[in-house]
Design a protein around this ligand. Sequence first.
Ligand code: NAP
Length: 363
Amino acid sequence: MRSSDQKNQEPFHACRLQENIYSVTILPQNARKLIYSNQMAIALITGITGQDGHHLTRLLLAKNYEVHGLVTNERDIRYESFVSKYPKIKLHSGNLSDYESLVSAINVVKPNEIYNLGALTFVGASFNEPEHTANVTGLGTLRLLEAVRTSAVKHEIRFYQASSSEMYGLVQEIPQNEATPFHPRSPYAVAKTFSHFTAQNYREAYGMHVSSGILFNHEGEYRGYEFVTRKITSNVARIKLGKQSRFSLGDLEPKRDWGYAGDYVEAMWSMLQQDVPSDYVIATGQSHSVQEFLEATLECAGLKGEISDFVDIDQKLIRPSEVPLLIGDSSKAKRAFGWSPTIDFNGLVELMVKNDLQIESKI
Ligand code: NAP
């Protein structure tokens, strides 16, 4: 990738598609500089009530942003918990499946940055509701980008798309980087791949400042309870406290590159501070199986014994098509903006176990 900044020349962004073949996007002049350098920056976050929404809100507030969020359901428990934590954040009713609500949110908020985190995110559930997943997780991105494109301020908005390592699916190379071909293995991953290419298309076709973070799994204290890491740490905490004796899991063999969500939202923000938009892999570069995560959690909680002493394998939890191994190479992000993870696998397990022991001991 290279860019030009010379006088009397349009800046351009050249993206390598294959060896010696580049797609070139002419960027509008204002895409090169921070348009909000003299004012308080305004961010609009879709999916603000989710895990990454929590971390990103905290980060942007610390950077003195005015933060707005799009929320789908004001009676939801996640909404209530978010509002109790951040009572001053301005929340706007809207839905990625409703184009008009997105246009309205953009017109009201007039954001400098949009972080599109909203999605139906649980891979397992996407097999049971593929059409809904395609509509929200796939078409929702198209609707939001189209709402930006047709707004009066399309070149004043920087857009972050939450792409996913699940797009690599049946991996074509190890480790995976920005040039690795995708082979999605679930309705969720197919929808994310559609969104990823749509984001790329809006960048190339309309010169919009759109960047995608291809984030590998990231976890932490706000992770949803349906995800395997949280399922493990919360159930192990309950066993440790004598509240239950066993729980069920599906396949223990898949390997994932697990990092800490707090580190990953730093990378999202950094991507939007780059003059030239691009795509970046964000990962730790280390991979561990579900079984290893479980063993590390049991050890951290001080529970001795075999896995079978605590866990039943439930065939119903095994997915129709699984992703056996993910491991990312985030050296491009390190070169571009110095990103690297601060919390490793054992640190992540410890953080999540301590957090769940604290929560469970209060219930
Ligand atoms: P999460 O905790 O599941 O949060 C998802 C958010 O999306 C929730 O706030 C949810 O709000 C919102 N949402 C759901 N349906 C929506 C709709 N129709 N319109 C608007 N918003 C909707 O997910 P996360 O872990 O924070 O992940 C953030 C983003 O990163 C997601 O796009 C995810 O796919 C992507 N990603 C995550 C990981 C990871 O390991 N965490 C890895 C790669 C990519 P409601 O509950 O109000 O509906």
